[in-house]
Design a protein around this ligand. Structure first.
Ligand code: ADP
Length: 333
């Protein structure tokens, strides 16, 4: 019988708990022992772990966050840290380590695989969806929903005062979350790294759209969704750039960490459950140092380096056509 360990690492995401639940149940069925390291790789270095059994699964599927807690861990980025982790895994007689996290966590897992003989399986958990080899990551769908309803609310107040709002959406260095939130909330403009030309080009487009819209309709609200880490100096930089064009009634809103929280939507629960079950089905096989993912509704295994090597293209059907619908009041008049 196998001994399996699981941890959650890096940015937390809704659905991590649903995935832990699936792993617990699948391990129980296979008669594997399961422990959970706490606080990401820190728990592995401090030997801080709990045993996970069916007692832990009640209501877990609907809880945001992660019961194992997550963290960053500087020590694990050092050779000594990785050696220590490998030694601790051997001490705990672990056969398989399951890491739920993002690309940083997978880089760490890959390094660990160079020092440790056991089996390592990654599961993608991040709201950013910036992981190669899988169509989606656990937490992404919930975050789109959260960002979308936040933008809906901003629209209400923007309409009331006929104001311009800039809304910053998370996503690390990828535009998945910002683009999908902007499209589903019918924002007027979206700035994402994948289409970003230069601040000058973007600001010229934004200003001309605002002016055209106002020339036709008088004062109207205008919402620009901006992915984080794109605009130099963030929303302040964009606010200043607009001021240079005499557009002064601008309000910046940074959605921030609310996007990481909340009860997972069904799609994230289903992905979490599928991937958790699939990972456990690989325990004991010679497949290792991989991430499990889903492509076209089929589970796949992806060598860990492939998860961060190539930037994944925005997987939105007909992006260009969708973008023309964003500023519909301007386009239709
Ligand atoms: P995410 O997994 O969400 O991308 P981070 O990038 O913060 O989050 O990574 C989480 C943790 O993974 C880091 O705190 C560190 O312990 C480990 N890690 C990240 N990058 C590396 C690396 N290049 N080598 C070893 N460990 C890493």
């Amino acid at each position: 019988s196998k001994r399996v360990a699981i941890l959650t690492s890096g940015g937390d995401a809704p659905g991590m708990n649903a995935c832990i639940r699936a792993v617990i149940i699948a391990c129980q069925k296979a008669n594997y022992t399961l422990i959970g390291y706490k606080h990401g790789y820190n728990g592995l270095l401090q030997q801080e772990y709990i045993s996970l059994s069916l007692d832990s699964t009640h209501n877990l599927i609907q809880q945001g966050g992660t019961i194992l807690h997550s963290a960053r861990c500087e020590e694990f980025k050092t050779r000594e840290g990785v050696f220590k982790a490998a030694k601790n895994l051997d001490k705990a007689e672990i056969d398989t380590l399951i890491v739920i996290g993002g690309d940083g966590s997978f880089r760490g897992a890959e390094t660990l695989g160079e020092e440790w003989d056991g089996q390592i399986l990654g599961i993608p958990g991040t709201i950013d969806n910036d992981i190669g080899g899988t169509d989606a990551t656990i937490g992404y769908f919930t975050a789109i929903d959260t960002a979308m309803s936040s933008i809906d609310k901003v629209r209400d107040t923007a309409d009331a005062f006929e104001r311009i709002f800039l809304v910053e959406v998370m996503g690390r260095n990828a535009g998945f979350l910002a683009l999908n939130a902007a499209l589903s909330a019918a924002a007027d403009y979206v700035v994402v790294p994948e289409f970003f030309e230069s601040p000058d080009v973007e600001v010229t487009k934004i200003v001309s759209q605002i002016k055209a819209q106002r020339a036709l309709k008088g004062p109207v609200s205008f919402i620009v969704v901006v992915a984080e880490n794109v605009w130099p100096n963030g929303l302040n930089g964009l606010t200043e750039a607009l001021q240079h064009h005499h557009i002064n009634d601008v309000r910046p809103v940074t959605l921030g960490h609310v996007q990481r929280g909340g009860s997972p939507v069904a799609q994230d629960r289903l992905l979490a459950t599928t991937l958790g079950e699939f990972a456990v089905s690989l325990v004991g096989s010679d497949i290792t140092n991989i991430m499990v993912g889903e492509v076209n509704q089929r589970p796949v295994t992806v060598p860990l380096p492939k998860t961060w090597e190539n930037a994944k293209p925005l997987n939105v059907a007909r992006v260009d056509a969708m973008l023309t619908l964003m500023n519909e009041r301007y386009n239709n008049v």
